[in-house]
Design a protein around this ligand. Structure first.
Ligand code: ADP
Ligand code: MG
Length: 342
């Protein structure tokens, strides 16, 4: 056996296995890039469940012409520079892998115009060995990324894609999750030319509730307790459904850490524990909760897709979430007691 360094394309395709599972994961990575670029409007266009075409356009800071090729290279990022940055990450991305990975398994076109640049430029990479061609283009301030024919050159991956309908369902869900994380950004989603979702900019509590109702249903909001609690440098805000709104599946469980969507065991455990005696055994709680804490108190570099985090003081975070949720639920159940004690 001989040892050899993998060609760049193959290395990127292997890395793509970690973050690019299906159209929805491409969309998650691209929207996160738009948010990191400071965008306030994000348009998502999808054709055939995202398998044929995904196009994300934003009004963010853009990418300078000289950096277009670099943006598509592996381990190229503008978000961290050294270890101290890695230890207190305040952006959604930092691995510098998404664009390289996606462009290794699809035909990718990146068009961008920073506002200080007179014209837009476009870079194209077609799943080849990262040879990128750059040419002038027409585009307003911001960035558009088009991804065509996902997995066209990796048939084994393509085989795992489901029907157009199922893939679109995953996309819709990813966008719902992100829409809940960022009330200050508007999102539109079109599928095969038809407008499917429009999340308008929300700037006050009533508009936040409206967006939550769009995602979780009006019934959820009508049956939700608003939560807002701060302790030391931690804040927990959001909505907890009353126990009477119990669900038969865990389809309305939305938790966020510093605006990053999570599927974190510790957070879910703390919340479930708060509901423990209030829900039947086979029922799930419904919630939309946002935890904010210092970036240095949480490690997001645990999982390539960043669904999980590691808290430096995990017991403390767990107990904080548990006690805030428990108190909110208790005060709902026994309003007279709360009235007496206050
Ligand atoms: P990461 O997000 O981890 O830095 P990516 O491969 O997703 O890695 O993106 C590489 C770089 O390309 C980013 O660091 C950023 O500088 C730039 N970039 C990507 N998408 C956008 C966008 N929509 N607007 C502005 N810059 C972008
Ligand atoms: Mg990224």
């Amino acid at each position: 056996m001989t040892i050899a360094i993998l060609p760049a394309r193959l290395a990127n395709q292997i890395a793509a296995g970690e973050v690019v599972e299906r159209p929805a994961s491409v969309i998650k990575e691209l929207i996160e890039n738009s948010l990191d670029a400071g965008a306030t409007n994000v348009h998502i266009e999808v054709e055939k469940g995202g398998i044929k075409k995904i196009r994300i356009s934003d009004n963010g800071c853009g990418i300078a012409k000289e950096e277009l090729t670099l943006a598509l290279s592996r381990h190229a990022t503008s978000k961290i520079k050294d270890l101290s940055d890695l230890e207190a990450i305040n952006s959604l991305g930092f691995r510098g892998e998404a664009l390289a990975s996606i462009s290794s398994v699809a035909r990718l076109t990146l068009t961008s115009k920073p506002k200080e640049q007179a014209t837009a430029w476009q870079a194209t990479a077609e799943g080849r060995d990262m040879e990128v061609s750059v040419k002038p283009a027409a585009h307003p301030d911001g960035t558009s990324i088009e991804v065509l024919d996902l997995f066209f050159n990796t048939p084994a991956r393509r085989k795992f894609l489901r029907t157009e309908k199922t893939e679109f369902h995953h996309i819709d869900e990813v966008i719902r999750r992100i829409a809940l994380a960022r009330f200050d950004v508007s999102f539109t989603l079109t599928h095969n030319g038809k407008l499917i979702r429009q999340y308008r900019l929300a700037t006050n509590q009533a508009q936040y509730a409206k967006r939550v109702a769009m995602v979780c249903g009006q019934k959820f909001i009508d049956n939700a307790i608003e939560v807002e609690c701060q302790h030391d440098n931690m804040t927990l805000t959001g909505w907890l459904a009353k126990p009477s709104f119990a669900r038969s599946q865990n389809d309305l469980c939305y938790s966020y850490v510093n605006s990053r969507m999570m599927r974190d065991k510790l957070i879910n455990h703390a919340i479930r524990q708060a509901y423990a005696d209030l829900l039947p055994h086979d029922a799930y709680p419904a919630f939309v909760l946002f935890l904010t804490l210092d970036h240095a108190d949480v490690d997001v570099n645990v999982h390539p897709a960043k669904h999980e985090v590691r808290f430096h003081q995990s017991r403390y975070v767990h107990d904080f979430i548990f006690s805030v949720c428990q108190q909110a639920l208790q005060s709902e159940l026994t309003p007279s007691l709360v009235a007496q004690s206050s």
